[in-house]
Design a protein around this ligand. Structure first.
Ligand code: FMN
Length: 414
């Protein structure tokens, strides 16, 4: 009999019917869109960041530029969007409507303010409207309201602690989550400041300030807004490894619940986020690219994966990989691995040979049939040949026991 899997999870004491949440973005800047997303099956949605009435939000267009890589569209996405043009009065109404229509779904509000009074009162009003969680954006690459342009609150641990405490004063019983930036020297110091400020959870992390490229004809970087450009926030698959490190570093050092965002595009990515410590996973670029319907693949994939692993809940995944992460000094030098080849799979593109010759240890020669010959003595097991080979499993790494090496040396001598 197949085992029952329940995709439900919790974050900051709030129950989610799955770990899959829409991140604050254009996907969540409209009540009808969030309604459709909930109907499609998303467990929760972070409404696009709101602010106090009267806050000027001066958008410019175009605001989005894609980073394509070798034929793959939207490997990354750059945006120069700002917070929502819908202020707190409108968001209060949306929260009430959405919570009434979808009591089981999680409605999260995202907020930003310039002064202490506004951080506090916006949190107070969101809480009174019945929102499930309050997320605070300390990490918009265009900057935080009331600070110098481009400066993110999340870059100053002292301010992080202080402003978090202001929000907590207003939020009452509603849990508060701080959305941080990966663009800092010491992410653990920032996460500790979030915790010291009294936050209930942390959102790790956000887009990364980037310059998306330059038009070689006009010399103007992208996106081009009437002949000028500025730095974008980079999201999508390109930033996943950075997000994974940020989540892992926080999970290893600070006891605080984590929701992950930045580069998750499918259920496998979400599992990775959870394995390094995230309890829920937020998606923005993927639904902007492929639509809300990706939730079907996310839930089906996660359910099958958990069943295959003999697990009943995504909660069992959280932090499972952390025990395998150590510092470089903590890695063993005792084991020797070498590359091996399955010649029947080789397509003779010479890439492993060229990479090893010019970027490795000259451990690969080509035989008279252009098949790679590996020299075990020269191979240090760096892994470059596997990395460049386009055929999966054509090359693989194998551990060599010391006696095997001695035997092969004996064989060569005799
Ligand atoms: C066009 C756009 C607008 C965004 N607006 C907000 C926002 O208002 N508030 C916020 O906290 N994050 C905002 N984000 C960041 C996303 O919530 C998300 O954290 C980020 O895109 C990384 O996730 P992803 O790689 O799944 O896209 C925005 C992202 C994009 C692409």
């Amino acid at each position: 009999m197949s085992q029952h899997v329940d995709l439900g999870t919790t974050f900051c004491g709030v129950s989610f019917d799955s770990p899959f949440v829409l991140a604050a973005s254009p996907c969540t800047d409209d009540a009808d869109m969030v309604t459709r997303a909930f109907q499609a099956g998303w467990a929760g949605a972070v409404l696009k960041t709101t602010s106090v009435e009267g806050t000027a939000v001066d958008l410019v267009y175009p605001m989005i530029v894609g980073l394509d890589h070798e034929g793959k569209r939207v490997f990354g996405l750059g945006n120069i969007d700002l917070i929502s043009q819908h202020h707190i009065d409108e968001i209060e109404g949306r929260i009430r409507v959405l919570k009434k229509a979808f009591p089981q779904k999680v409605v999260i509000a995202s907020m930003m303010a310039a002064i202490r009074e506004d951080w506090k009162t916006v949190a107070e009003r969101l809480s009174a409207a019945g929102v499930d969680l309050i997320e605070c954006s300390f990490s918009c690459p265009q900057g935080t309201l009331g600070t110098r342009p481009g400066f993110m609150l999340g870059q100053d641990p002292k301010l992080v602690r202080e402003v978090t405490a202001w929000v907590k004063e207003g939020a009452g019983e509603t849990p508060v989550v701080i959305k941080i930036t990966p663009q800092v020297a010491d992410i653990v110091e920032v996460a500790q400041a979030v915790k010291d400020g009294g936050a209930d959870g942390i959102c790790a992390s956000n887009t990364i300030p980037s310059l998306m490229g330059v038009d070689l004809e006009t010399f103007v970087p992208y996106p081009r807004v009437d002949g000028k450009s500025t730095y974008s926030g980079l999201s999508g698959p390109a930033i996943k490894p950075i997000t994974l490190r940020v989540i892992a570093e926080i999970a290893r050092n600070v006891q605080i619940p984590i929701t992950g965002t930045g580069g998750a595009a499918d259920w496998q990515d979400a599992v990775e986020f959870m394995l390094v410590g995230a309890r829920t996973v937020q998606f923005c670029t993927a639904p902007m690219h492929y639509g809300f319907r990706i939730i079907e693949d996310l839930t089906d994939g996660l359910e099958r994966y958990l069943r295959d692993k003999g697990m009943r809940s995504p909660k069992e995944l959280v932090g499972k990989s952390l025990a395998f992460i150590t510092s470089h000094e903590g890695l063993s030098q005792a084991k020797k691995v070498v590359s091996r080849i399955r010649p029947e799979l080789c397509i003779k593109d010479d890439l492993c040979y060229l990479a090893c010759r010019d970027g490795g240890h000259q451990a690969i020669e080509l035989d008279e049939n252009r098949l790679p010959l590996l020299d075990e003595e020269k191979c240090v097991g760096c892994g470059l040949c596997l990395t460049v080979c386009p055929v999966s499993d054509c090359l693989y790494m194998e551990e060599v026991k010391p006696e095997q090496r001695e035997d092969s040396q004996e064989g060569e001598r005799s």
